[in-house]
Design a protein around this ligand. Structure first.
Ligand SMILES: [Zn+2]
Length: 179
């Protein structure tokens, strides 16, 4: 068995869903006051505002060996997400997952020592960037004859095809025609 193959328990998945929804609700209210009209559009600028709302910092380091890295302060109250140029919104949201789920623990993308935490942070990123209800509604809107246009779906949320497809797998929403 692949050492990185970790299955999250259903109740823990639901916990992550709820955590991400709580956070989305909280930041969306504040984002409105910052005149971001479509907070579900996952741009770098919106993500930066979200991190600021959470009293964190987003700092670019082009010598970083990984695309992004989460670093909490000692008291766990504040945090920094270091990133290098070219980082994706999915990688950034993964680090936010470490903040929300594993606060106070150092984490980086490539350590591989705690695969379960990496899987959890990945799951959080999908929940956060593709909120369940709005994602399902958008899948319906982008479907024709039971087949969803995943390219268009991914574009709608500014994420990659594989990321959107994986979220649909998690939610068991693809019909047979989507494989
Ligand atoms: Zn990680």
């Amino acid at each position: 068995m692949d050492a990185m193959f970790v299955i999250l328990r259903e109740d823990y998945k639901e916990y992550i869903e709820e955590k991400s929804e709580e956070l989305r609700t909280r930041v969306n209210e504040k984002l409105k006051s910052k005149e971001v009209t479509s907070p579900h559009v996952n741009t770098f600028d919106t993500f930066k505002k979200i991190v600021e709302i959470l009293r964190g910092k987003l700092v670019e380091h082009n010598s970083l060996s990984v695309p992004a890295e989460y670093a909490p302060t000692d008291d766990g109250e504040m945090f920094t997400i270091h990133y290098r140029n070219g980082v994706t919104i999915e990688e950034l949201a993964h680090e936010l997952g470490h903040h929300c789920l594993h606060m106070g623990e150092k984490a980086s993308h490539d350590h591989g020592l705690k695969p379960k935490k990496e899987i959890e942070a990945n799951y959080f990123a999908k929940c956060f960037l593709l909120p369940r209800t709005i994602f399902k509604e958008t899948v319906i809107a982008k479907s024709d004859n039971g087949q969803c246009d995943i390219v268009s779906l991914a574009n709608e949320f500014s994420v990659s095809y594989l990321f959107a497809e994986s979220r649909g797998n998690d939610l068991h929403i693809w019909g047979e025609s989507n494989g």
